[in-house]
Design a protein around this ligand. Structure first.
Ligand code: ADP
Ligand code: MG
Length: 681
């Protein structure tokens, strides 16, 4: 048992007390079936109207259950003969489970259920919310309940690490009381308030958790400043510098924002500690060139640079751009790719190890142990959306280099298009410095976005014909069906066949995630070269792909995607001087939120504006992807829902650092289980 406990970091009473319920289940009342909503967990009771075994790709049992207010489907993929006999027409059943939107009606998949035979007792309703703990293998909810009971009895031994002054200022309630209430909600409590995380006791602990995270990131940042970096000071403004020569060779000049960010980076590179900077810039804001300027500074100073891309397609594309920029300067660019032949790869690795390669480009393959750099000075990570503190640090650890007998860390630059508002960025990335490219290159005509019903496909097909007749190119994006990549690819293949029939005069390509890397690559190459007029793709093309001649993007079933993802996808067009448009096709019926999302895109091209609307649409309680919220793993805080606390938390952190520095370490330890691991990288 104690071994299992240690696995989730529970070594002391304090750890048990701060192992907070992940959520609560409401087993206090029966919900009328007609009033259920998607995503809700509820207790219901009804009569089985109909029950049958069907084959929909696989064998399953389906029952319809109704009460006076409505009906719902119960779906079972695994069931015994006994269950099949039990759940027959006419029996009364009580169920507890999560409500989902099924193909026709609301459903519960594998609910907990009890048959209420004549004379059987009705289901036992609890008098308070049931806490559900995040668990680990071999540790049951029941054991956790018992253990937390024991810990709660000793909770008076716990130190309150938030000084009174701060507690008063931010209206933080008593710690002990807060813990007691979150672990064991009392019946008199407002269920709604608790489920929406708005109870004062939750406020107290959410605040403390955010505070601990913020302090830990501040500490990381302090520690990073104590690490050894390399001075990459070079006279960037000298006419003969690589950067100037590259800029002179371009047909355009830098935007003011690009110039400012390049300067910020250059200042960092000239410091004795490793840079750790996040560059945020909307799609198409020209981050690649900023990366190039940084890389050239490192090279100018006699070091190597490395660029890591999230996909092979992007790595290859970067390789081409950088090759065309750097080769004329007499510099060597090397691609490290998973699909290279042994000989090729050997040659690439040798060049990197010998230092004859100045810039290497690849996916995470670049940071495998076999890749040894002669003199790595700068690591650039492009288009990172899902990139945790852990990963940031482990990369930094891997980048550790030797110069003579001393260890040093290369500078690190992370580029992302994920538009998160500034306060969020400052919190999520408080361990890093932050630059923003808040301007698009001139001469872009804004993308015109239209929203239309899937049923008007024929009109779109005519439009594609016209666009291609003018020599421009088109993307057609097929969206995800029910989280299944296989289905998505299948759907893309079918669409491809249909479009080939409908548009016989065009050369139509297909890329999806299930194709082999070299197949994908060949198609992308043809598209870039202009040999393919229309590219049918899954969302694999979401990130970074740059084909300025593409001027129309069609997204089918756009209502299935989130705002940020749609914005990313749309960013594949409007990259050149061509007037571009994006057609968002939707399937009726549209939910209210989906309608708002599509409207937001129609009305704005600004990633930050869109991010703001995204936050407004997704109210509290909705489940968030980790994609935009950054990567911080919180127990009870939710960085979007609780964003109004971020400013106060930053202020409180400052106060603690100044006046109560002895509380910093214990606070971090209390909330962040692997805090020590961070410190040792
Ligand atoms: P992202 O920020 O999305 O990575 P890219 O770096 O791919 O954007 O740049 C998008 C396009 O804009 C590229 O074709 C690039 O050559 C072009 N570009 C970059 N900077 C400028 C500039 N200052 N003026 C004009 N075009 C630019
Ligand atoms: Mg890019």
């Amino acid at each position: 048992m104690s071994e299992n406990l240690q696995k989730i970091g529970i070594e002391r009473i304090q750890d048990l007390l701060f192992h907070l319920p992940l959520r609560y289940q409401d087993r206090t009342r029966l919900h009328p079936i007609g009033g259920l909503r998607h995503g809700q967990e509820a207790m219901i009771q009804g009569v089985v109207e109909h029950s049958e075994i069907v084959y929909r790709g696989r064998r399953m049992m389906i029952c319809t259950l109704s009460d006076q207010s409505g009906m719902i489907t119960l779906r079972f993929f695994y069931f015994s003969n006994a269950q099949q006999k039990d759940l027959k027409r006419g029996v009364t059943v009580s169920c507890f489970g999560e409500v989902r939107a099924g193909p026709k009606t609301l459903e519960m998949v594998h609910p907990e259920y009890r048959i209420l035979r004549d004379g059987a007792k009705p289901p036992v309703l609890k008098d308070a919310l049931t806490p559900i703990y995040p668990a680990t293998k071999g540790l049951q909810q029941r054991s956790l309940l018992r253990l937390t009971d024991e810990a709660l009895a000793l909770s008076h031994t716990l130190d309150d690490l938030i000084p009174n002054e701060i507690a008063a200022k931010y209206q933080l309630s008593d710690l002990q009381q807060a813990l007691q209430l979150l672990h064991r909600p009392t019946p008199d409590l407002s269920v709604e308030q608790l489920l929406q995380s708005r109870h004062p006791s939750q406020h107290r602990l959410i605040f403390e958790e955010l505070l601990a995270h913020h302090l830990s990131l501040r500490k990381l940042r302090e520690q990073a400043k104590k690490k050894r970096g390399v001075l990459l000071q070079a006279d960037q403004y000298a006419k003969s510098s690589y950067v100037q020569r590259l800029l002179d060779s371009l047909p355009f000049s830098l935007t003011r924002a690009q110039q400012r960010v390049i300067n910020e980076i250059q200042d960092d590179l000239a410091q004795a500690w490793p840079m750790n900077r996040l560059v945020q810039g909307d799609v198409g804001s020209g981050k690649t060139l900023v990366a190039a300027a940084a890389a050239l500074s490192a090279i100018e100073a006699g070091f190597q640079a490395a660029i890591m891309a999230p996909t092979e397609i992007l790595a290859e594309q970067h390789y081409k751009s950088f090759y065309s920029w750097l080769e004329p300067l007499g510099l060597t660019v090397t691609l490290v790719s998973g699909k290279q032949k042994t000989v090729e790869r050997r040659a690439a690795l040798d060049a990197i190890a010998l230092g004859t390669s100045h810039l290497s480009i690849g996916t995470h393959a670049l940071f495998q142990n076999e890749v040894k750099f002669a003199k790595l000075g700068l690591v650039i990570i492009d288009e990172q959306h899902r990139f945790g503190v852990d990963q940031r640090l482990s990369l930094l650890g891997k980048g550790r280099q030797q110069q003579g007998r001393k260890d040093y860390y290369p500078h690190q630059l992370i580029m992302t298009a994920t538009p998160i508002p500034r306060t969020l960025a400052m919190t999520t990335y408080a361990d890093m410095d932050y630059s923003l490219i808040d301007e698009l290159p001139p001469g872009r005509t804004p993308i015109k976005t239209v929203v239309i019903n899937n049923a008007r496909r024929a009109e779109i097909i005519d439009r594609i014909n016209d666009v291609c007749a003018d020599g421009a190119q088109v993307y057609w994006v097929c969206t995800l069906i029910e989280e299944s990549e296989a289905l998505q690819c299948q759907n893309a293949e079918e669409t491809w066949e249909l479009l080939k029939e409908a548009l016989p005069g065009l050369n139509i390509g297909l890329v999806h995630g299930r194709m082999k890397p070299d197949e994908k690559e060949a198609v992308m190459k043809d598209f870039k070269r202009g040999d393919i007029n229309l590219l049918v793709a899954t969302t694999v093309i979401e990130v970074g792909v740059d084909v300025p001649n593409a001027s129309l993007m069609v997204i089918e079933n756009a209502e299935r995607l989130g705002l940020a993802q749609l914005h990313q996808l749309r960013g594949r067009v409007g990259r050149g001087s061509l007037a571009s448009s994006c057609v968002l096709m939707y399937q009726t019926p549209l939910s209210q939120n989906a309608r708002k999302r599509l409207e937001a895109l129609r009305n704005s091209n600004d990633g930050f504006e869109i991010a703001k609307i995204d936050l407004e649409i997704r109210g509290p309680g909705e489940v968030f992807g980790t994609r935009q919220t950054g990567e911080l793993q919180f127990q009870i805080a939710d960085i979007i829902r609780d964003q109004h606390l971020l400013k106060p938390v930053q202020q409180a952190a400052q106060l603690i650092l100044e006046k109560y520095p002895e509380n910093v370490e214990p606070l971090i330890k209390r909330w962040i289980k692997h805090a020590e691991a961070y410190a040792t990288v």
